[in-house]
Design a protein around this ligand. Structure first.
Ligand SMILES: Nc1ncnc2c1ncn2[C@@H]1O[C@H](COP(=O)(O)OP(=O)(O)O)[C@@H](O)[C@H]1O
Ligand SMILES: [Mg+2]
Length: 253
C-alpha cells in the first residue's frame, strides 16, 4: 500500500488567541515547506507554539493569518489521511489494544474482518504482536505510545503529526521508540512532522530541523540534516552530529 505523499506548505502562519487583553500571539508568520516523505522535526522552548502549529497542520485550528496547504489545497478541517499522535496515548481504557487500534476504522464502518487484519498488521509493525487482547492499564508507557502510533497508522496516513510522543517516557525507552519510529518511517514512506524537546532526537531522526523562537513562535533556524541513512544510534558520536546539535542548541538560546 503506497501512500500518495502530500507536499505540505505553511504560509505566513500567525495565530492570536483571545485573552481579553488584546490577544495572545502564539505564532508569528511561520513559513516552511515539507517535501513528500520528508521527516521534519520541530523544536523550540515551551510555549513557542509547537502544539498550535501541529493543530494548524492537522486542520484542527484555523490560523488568524496565513494558510496551510496540502498538495496545493488549503487545509480547512481535519482529513482522514492525516495521523496524529499526542503526548499522552489517550487510549480507551475499557477497550483492548486491538479494539483501540480498530476504533478509527470502526467509526468509518469498516468490516470486522478487514479491521482485524489491518489492526494486526499495525500491531506487528510497532512490535506489539501478542498484546492484542491486553488492556491499556496493563501496558507500560512505551507500549501505550506504540498502540497510539499503531492507531494513527491504521488509516494508512500520508502525513503523520507527532506531538512530543515520547515526552513522558524514560530515556532508554525513548531511544528505543525513536529507533522504532525511524524504522516505520523508512518502511511506510510517510511524511512526518515531529515535535520534540530533545535536540539529539531531532537531529537523529529528521531530514530537517525547524527551530521556533520563544513566544510568539517564529522560525529562527531551518537546518537540513545531511547525515547518511539508514542511521544508527552511533551516529550521535560523530563530529558532524555534534556540530548540527550545537547549531540547533544555539538557535534555541
Ligand atoms: N486554546 C488556547 N487558548 C489560549 N491560549 C492558548 C491556547 N492554546 C495555546 N495557547 C497559548 O499559546 C502559546 C503556545 O502554546 P503551545 O502551542 O501549546 O506551545 P508549545 O506546544 O510550544 O509548548 C502558549 O502561551 C499557550 O498558553
Ligand atoms: Mg506543546
Amino acid at each position: 500500500m503506497t501512500a500518495v505523499a502530500p507536499i505540505l506548505s505553511a504560509r505566513e502562519l500567525s495565530v492570536w488567541f483571545p485573552n481579553g487583553n488584546g490577544g495572545l500571539q502564539a505564532l508569528d508568520r511561520v513559513s516552511f515547506d515539507v517535501a513528500a516523505q520528508e521527516f521534519l522535526a520541530v523544536v523550540g522552548p515551551s510555549g513557542s507554539g509547537k502544539t498550535t502549529l501541529l493543530r494548524l497542520l492537522a486542520g484542527l485550528l484555523r490560523p488568524t493569518h496565513g494558510e496551510v496547504q496540502l498538495e496545493g489545497e488549503t487545509v480547512r478541517q481535519p482529513r482522514r489521511r492525516t495521523g496524529f499522535v499526542f503526548q499522552q496515548a489517550n487510549l480507551m481504557p475499557w477497550r483492548t489494544v486491538m479494539a483501540n487500534v480498530e476504533l478509527p476504522l470502526e467509526l468509518e464502518g469498516a468490516s470486522t474482518n478487514s479491521m482485524r487484519a489491518r489492526a494486526e498488521e499495525m500491531l506487528t509493525l510497532v512490535g506489539l504482536q501478542g498484546f492484542a487482547d491486553a488492556l491499556p492499564r496493563n501496558l507500560s508507557g512505551g507500549m501505550a505510545q506504540r498502540v497510539a502510533l499503531a492507531r494513527a497508522l491504521a488509516h494508512d496516513p500520508d502525513l503523520l503529526l507527532l506531538d512530543e510522543p515520547f515526552g513522558s517516557l524514560d530515556a532508554l525507552t525513548r531511544e528505543r521508540m525513536a529507533t522504532e519510529l525511524m524504522r516505520i518511517w523508512e518502511a511506510r514512506q510517510v511524511t512526518v512532522v515531529l515535535v520534540t524537546h530533545s535536540i539529539p532526537e531531532a537531529v537523529m531522526l529528521a531530514d530537517r530541523v525547524l527551530v521556533l523562537s520563544a513566544r510568539p513562535g517564529r522560525v529562527v533556524l531551518d537546518l537540513p540534516i545531511h547525515l547518511p541513512r539508514p542511521r544508527e544510534l552511533s551516529v550521535a558520536h560523530t563530529a558532524d552530529f555534534g556540530d548540527l546539535a550545537r547549531q540547533v542548541r544555539e538557535a534555541i538560546r
